[in-house]
Write a protein that binds this ligand. Structure first.
Ligand code: 6LW
Length: 508
């Protein structure tokens, strides 16, 4: 088995995995996006396919007014007696929710709220008598004590009613680093292992472990915490933490975890946000020992054209509303039609349909018919951090506007093109990195960033390059959200048609 890293590329943080009847299932966080919680499956741990999503109906997530960066946080997936469980925090919303399904493709249940869990990152396990234990990070998310942290806690719950049966009890506050969170509890032989993340989800991130004979504690910290961290190293994968363990059929232990792939000379910026990685874990003297995470992206570049002939595949995302509620695939068969609502990408619920950027650099293109409206192509981190290129059809031509928006600062560039369909392109290219020879000031400044994004439009033979902008502003280190780049199509006014969504990506 080869461990590809990233295992699941693009904005896919807080992974959790389970093995059921020879298939691995893995889920990740989605924040304000819908559908929520993608379910990826693999039979060999190498090739993964998205088979569905947990939150596909609005009532399951109740995310219409989710705060950007809050919403769906850190799911845990487990399986018991023929039932799949996903337990998650809907931060700033429903709180701790458990979804169940007979089949991981769905449909998943409406979700049961566990009112007794005040915190984030819930884990689900069962003691030897079959009582359900929810172990979580005691971060207060609302009220007067917002932001207060009480370490790793646990309650016994009744999964039929959502009632708390016992607790909360304090289990462990970690080894002294900030934000003990992301707990998972496992039975292995006579021991119960409590694995957590600490150090914060940025460069200080790591994984630590404690163990007990009893799932309710007391827990004894491991001798070598953190058992995994990239802090203060020059490894290409940083921020490694928030791990979950899964046993392979031949008795190996693998950890899935989040990390970033920063680019740039020193501080470095991660365009894709937090992705899912994996590493091998050995057991020595009754404690887990994790290998550092090795970079090994899948070979070759990726070229794909998403066409709009059939139903949308489960990889499409929209913001605070389901993609199907805005994607019109019927008005003009073979084409995506979006109906503008007078809002742009700064809106809470824009008319926007996007996909995760999967490679360090990517070019995304579409052919747009804006003769009856205004629409375009955008790469989004959040509503204040978005690069876009917009077309408005006019009688004799098209007006093209490129816009780079970061919090508090917006710049636009305008051009015009002859009438007719317009191809829009957002193209990213890597920064040059270290130069072999002398550095000019321009080279020095360029090598500090992750990438550059160019805004390009073409009609017939005429092509305009409106701008080339530093990509670091759309990175995990700069944007105030937990997500990653999502690139897609949007309409502002009128009726806008899109022929295809062409993606080509490379990790070079
Ligand atoms: C996640 C938590 C975290 O629930 O970020 O910073 C949250 N720590 O573990 C969202 O990914």
């Amino acid at each position: 088995m080869r461990l590809h890293n990233p295992l699941i590329p693009g904005f896919n943080p807080d992974p959790s995995a389970v093995l059921v009847d020879g298939t691995y299932y893995l889920v990740t966080s989605t924040f304000e996006y819908l559908p929520g919680i993608p379910v990826y499956a693999s039979t060999d741990f190498e090739d993964w396919t998205q088979i569905g999503n947990v939150i596909t109906r609005p009532e399951q997530g109740q995310l219409e007014n989710a705060t950007t960066g809050l919403g769906v946080w850190a799911p845990t997936i487990r399986h018991r007696d023929g039932v799949f469980y996903v337990i998650v925090t809907i931060a700033g919303g429903r709180g701790c929710v458990v979804y169940t399904a007979e089949s991981p493709e769905g449909p998943w249940s409406d979700g049961l709220v566990l009112g007794g869990v005040e915190g984030i990152d819930p884990d689900l396990s069962w003691d030897d008598d079959g009582t359900a234990l929810v172990t979580y990070s005691g971060l207060v998310m609302k009220g007067e004590d917002i932001g207060k942290h009480s370490g790793i806690r646990q309650v016994d719950v009744d999964l039929a009613t959502g009632e708390t049966l016992a607790g909360p009890r304090d289990l462990w506050s970690g080894s002294g680093f900030k934000f003990p969170e992301a707990p998972h509890l496992y039975r292995r032989g006579d021991w119960w292992y409590l694995m957590i993340a600490e150090g914060g989800t940025e460069r200080g991130h790591g994984v630590s472990v404690a163990r007990s004979r009893d799932p309710r504690g007391p827990f004894e910290p491991g001798p070598a915490n953190p058992i995994l961290s990239a802090r203060s190293t020059n490894r290409p994968i940083q921020n490694t933490g928030h791990g979950d363990l899964v046993e392979t059929p031949d008795g190996r232990t693998l950890m899935v975890l989040l990390g970033v792939r920063p680019r740039g000379a020193t501080q470095a910026f991660s365009a894709l946000g937090r992705e899912t990685f994996a590493t091998e874990v050995r057991w020595e003297d009754g404690w887990p020992v994790a290998e550092p995470v090795h970079l090994d992206p899948r070979e070759g570049d990726m070229e794909v054209e998403h066409r709009f002939s059939a139903e949308l595949d489960p990889g499409w995302l929209a913001i605070r509303r389901p993609p199907a509620s805005l994607a019109d695939l019927r008005s003009e068969p073979g084409r995506l039609t979006l109906h503008g609502e007078g809002t742009d990408m700064t809106a809470a619920r824009p008319v926007f349909l996007g996909r995760r950027q999967l490679h360090q650099t990517a070019t995304v293109a579409t052919t747009i018919d804006a003769s009856k409206g205004t629409g375009g192509l955008a790469v989004r981190y959040d509503e204040q951090t978005v690069y876009s290129i917009t077309v408005t059809g006019e009688g004799k031509g098209s007006i093209i506007v490129a816009e780079a928006r970061v919090p508090g600062i917006t710049q636009t560039w305008t051009a015009s093109l002859p009438s007719g369909p317009v191809e829009l392109r957002l193209e990213s290219e890597p920064s040059a990195g270290f130069q072999p020879s002398e550095l000019s000031t321009a080279d020095f400044l360029d090598m500090m960033t992750s990438d550059f994004v160019s805004f390009i439009a073409r009609s017939g033979d005429e092509e305009v390059r409106l701008a080339r902008v530093d990509g670091r502003y759309l990175s995990a280190e700069t944007a105030a959200s937990f997500t990653g780049r999502v690139i897609g199509l949007f309409a502002v006014t009128g009726t806008v048609g899109f022929d295809g969504f062409r993606y080509s990506g490379s990790n070079r």
